[in-house]
Design a protein around this ligand. Sequence first.
Ligand code: PLP
Length: 386
Amino acid sequence: MESFLNSRAIALKQGGIRGFFDKAKNYSNVINLGIGEPDIDTPKEIIDCAYNAMLEGKTHYTQNAGDLDVREAVADYVRSYGIESNPSNEIILTCGGMGAVAMAILAIVSEGDEVIIQDPQWLNYCSQVRFAGGVPVQVPVREEDNFIFEAENLEKYITDKTKVLMINSPNNPTGAVMSKDDMEKISKLAVKHNLFVISDEVYCELLYDGNKHKSIASLPGMKERTLIVNSLSKTFAMTGWRIGFAIGPKEIIAKLIVLQENLVACAPAPAQRAAKYALSTMCEVKSMVNMYEKRRNIIVDGLNSIEGISCLKPLGAFYAFVNIKGLGKTSLEFAEGLLEQEQVVVIPGSAFGPSGEGFVRVAYSNSEENLIIALEKIRNYVSKLK
Ligand code: PLP
């Protein structure tokens, strides 16, 4: 019988990461350095806030854009890194950062529009662009350039069909963070070629070595052409709450609100209450960042002490992108072998796009104890490969 699915749904494929986790389920005592989410639970005070809100009746639909007082809390929060926004028409609360990116692409990308995405990249961007009828244009970023778009190279990929430029800093999967200089170069290109920028800033609080977040939307000429996407998932260990937000030009936000009405109505009401509390107190964020920074140092020093592999020091998020090119194995072979022989899960770089080949992503959102054990297992595995 012919499929009832439409052609875009048929083309939609499960990401490479999921398949790998399915394999990991066949092993016991696995140390999972594959998962892209905090290992810790949401701080109790945030849970209490949502619990009390629900007891007080916050169990209903909210406005499609989200409760105004929560949007005001978002506006106050982003002011702390230089973004001025009007909560009444430039902010929408969404179902996670994922909801915001997906709706933005659906609202902005028309059939045949090209969307520039770095390669390697977070998996879902390309699927979302294709689902909207657009064409993802994957632009390689190189380890020599700290996995940041090189502006001259990037410009070669811009055509008269290019409409959107996706950026994601701090980055998944590389942990790279754009400097002000990098952002200035990219923003000049965006202005010159009249591109819209979707800036995925979901890891913006997870910055190390004392660095502070800067959004490309704060640069000259950018506010009117940028949609900032952010989320509470990583900052507050709230991945399961499905709460995020987008900030952008009011024409775009107005359309995202209608789109959200038609897709999911609104972000979950209890999660909105929790978001207001979390953003206005920034509870536990400092201690979480210190914890991740310590883990980063352990994993990066450990990996770089293993002969045959190496990685740059990631400046943000909780991923190390490890170069395994010297070992004569594909990233999938490396990751499968590591799982089979040592029961450690890492994600093959090829899952993040063609330029991810030769690398594996190691997520250090795991306990120090597990990271130390995993490092010894990786050392053991690599020593047998050489
Ligand atoms: N953007 C990036 C780069 C991510 O890595 C993720 C999740 O891993 C998301 C967006 C979506 O996060 P959420 O929908 O939980 O906010």
